[in-house]
Design a protein around this ligand. Structure first.
Ligand SMILES: NC(=O)C1=CN([C@@H]2O[C@H](COP(=O)(O)OP(=O)(O)OC[C@H]3O[C@@H](n4cnc5c(N)ncnc54)[C@H](OP(=O)(O)O)[C@@H]3O)[C@@H](O)[C@H]2O)C=CC1
Ligand SMILES: O=C(CO)COP(=O)(O)O
Length: 306
């Protein structure tokens, strides 16, 4: 929808032929009910047709990125930009999204799009600003030109890793924020949790050489603020349910659930302290109760703020 609004000719690929046919005839994606599909968007289940593009946006969940990219890789013209829109870190390999693309489609050119942007808001054409990063600044700027419009404002960057860390970490921290809300710990606790969570995101980013303007920018602090603000975020909603002692919302992807254990492993490998992320991972694994995790966070030794 964003690319179509920016004047591009767009092909939307769905892996399920019936699903593609239904979207094509209804001119509406059931995942975005009430939002008509722009007339300039062609819908197909033919991956080769979708791969014949100047650029490809890959919008599958993080843990499915490798599989989806491996399918499309042989169909791409060499050097085609492959823009990851997923936020996460691959299980087992600890690879970030552009690293997965580089391995699964060595012929393509990886990039990453991230930042505060609920799909529903974006599809409705509400004003949104995001970060688009690629190692080559000229490519990042060209992709911004291709996708930007009066309602969608991407900023270009070459700090790929900084953008990836912000997007992955904020989902885990949003689960923690939801838990705080679900446990009715108060607005002060929510502000404290979000701020100390941000300190963890920054620490991990710095350990990976991320730039501070990226970590305090749209894909870091910006997306953290959005996702820790309320239940429109599926990650926050998952935390809310946990905090209330309810089952996790069915059929709603909360990437932080999958990112949490990998994020903690990554942080440990780099010697980075991430107690909030660690608490989320332990709660999700059933290794600790929510009340014990909160108590442990509050009883950590007092220290200087950094
Ligand atoms: N939704 C949002 O507001 C935002 C989401 N993101 C990120 O985007 C990523 C995807 O999230 P979202 O779109 O919400 O997830 P959804 O679960 O809503 O949709 C995932 C889509 O990926 C498809 N898919 C899954 N696996 C494969 C595969 N192996 N090959 C091809 N297609 C596949 C699914 O197809 P099928 O219908 O056939 O199952 C479905 O259309 C996540 O990393 C999320 O963090 C980022 C910003 C905003
Ligand atoms: O990444 C998002 C907004 O930027 C979407 O957040 P949720 O996946 O938590 O809904």
């Amino acid at each position: 929808a964003v690319a179509a609004r920016a004047g591009r000719a767009v092909t939307l690929y769905a892996r399920d032929a019936e699903h593609a046919a239904r979207i094509a005839s209804a001119r509406e994606n059931p995942r975005l009910p009430g939002i008509p599909l722009a007339s300039r968007i062609a819908v197909t289940a033919d991956l080769a047709a979708a791969a014949r593009a100047d650029a490809v946006l890959v919008v599958v969940p993080a843990q499915h990125l490798r599989g989806a990219v491996m399918h499309v890789a042989p169909l791409l013209a060499p050097g085609t930009p492959l823009v990851a829109c997923a936020k996460g870190i691959e299980h087992g390999t600890h690879k970030f999204m552009t690293e997965v693309i580089a391995e699964a489609a060595p012929c393509a050119t990886p990039a990453i799009l991230s930042g505060p942007s609920f799909a529903d808001d974006v599809a409705r054409g509400l004003p949104t600003a995001v970060t688009l990063a690629a190692p080559d600044e000229a490519l990042a700027a060209a992709l911004v030109q291709a996708l930007g419009s009066p309602t969608f404002r991407p900023y270009h960057s070459t700090d790929v890793r900084g953008v990836e860390i912000g997007g992955a970490a904020k989902n885990v921290l949003a689960i923690a924020a939801g838990i705080v809300a679900g446990r009715q710990l108060g607005a002060s606790a929510l502000a404290a949790l979000t701020t100390r969570g941000f300190a963890e995101l920054v620490r991990l980013g710095r350990a990976h050489g991320a730039r501070s303007e990226t970590l305090t920018g749209l894909s870091g602090l910006g997306d953290l603020i959005l996702t820790c603000a309320g239940p429109q975020s599926r990650n926050f909603a998952a935390g809310l349910a946990l905090g209330r002692g309810e089952p996790l919302p069915a059929g709603k992807l909360a990437e932080g659930q999958y990112t949490a254990p990998v994020l903690v492993e990554l942080a440990a490998a780099r010697g980075v302290e991430m107690p909030v992320a660690q608490a989320v991972a332990a709660i999700l694994a059933g290794a600790v109760t929510i009340d014990a995790a909160i108590e442990a966070l509050m009883l950590r030794p007092f220290k200087a703020e950094e």
